[in-house]
Design a protein around this ligand. Structure first.
Ligand SMILES: [Zn+2]
Ligand SMILES: [Zn+2]
Length: 195
């Protein structure tokens, strides 16, 4: 259970004068640190985590909603064309199930999804801005259909964001998705934890 993912942000306190940074302090440590830097300009920033997921590892849009809820995350759908033969994961159905936790970000879609010439994001600059804006308020899960992360343009998007903002992103593997879903299940039905 220790491997379970979390959507809580890393909190940084930075003193402008001393050029020092305190990361995720306990309340005691923070109190002490604030005393040391009394009268200095101290800023507080939060970095929420970026996740990615291939929804073909799931059966239902409801599972996606549970995972998003568990991580306090919004879903950024980065399919170029958010249509699918599986009606569970069509744009319309995802909007119905996820409400305002669902955003289609076509800017980060692969405009070349039919071609063989490699990945070409529809609008990298605009897409990165949208993603960064979303991450200012909560964790974000970028989703595409693909099972194979290594062959999906979501890796490209995640790496691009990592490079620009000097952060690490985390794939939600089939195993971690299952762990999250069973932890939701246990919360809804505490008896299960006993088994
Ligand atoms: Zn200081
Ligand atoms: Zn994909």
């Amino acid at each position: 259970m220790s491997s379970i993912l979390s959507g809580t942000p890393i909190v940084y306190f930075e003193c402008r004068q001393c050029k020092c940074v305190l990361q995720n302090p306990t309340p005691d440590v923070l109190d002490e640190w604030k005393k040391e830097h009394q009268g200095h300009t101290v800023t507080e920033t939060r970095k929420y985590p970026l996740f990615d997921l291939g929804y073909n590892d799931l059966k239902k849009a409801g599972e996606l909603a549970q995972i998003a809820n568990e991580l306090g995350a919004v879903i950024a759908d980065i399919r170029f064309m958010p249509h699918t033969r599986n009606p569970e994961f069509s744009l319309k159905h995802l909007q119905e199930v996820l409400g305002d936790k669902y955003i289609h970000v076509g800017e980060l879609g692969n405009a070349n999804y039919k071609g063989t010439g490699g990945i070409q994001l529809a609008n990298t600059e605009a897409g990165m801005r949208i993603l960064h804006g979303l991450l200012a308020n909560s964790a974000v899960i970028i989703i595409c259909a693909c099972w194979k992360r290594s062959e999906c343009h979501r890796v490209y998007v995640a790496k691009e964001y990592e490079k620009r903002y000097n952060v690490d992103s985390t794939p939600i593997t089939r195993t971690s998705a299952r762990d999250l879903l069973s932890s939701v299940e246990e919360k809804n039905n505490p008896q299960l934890a006993l088994w």
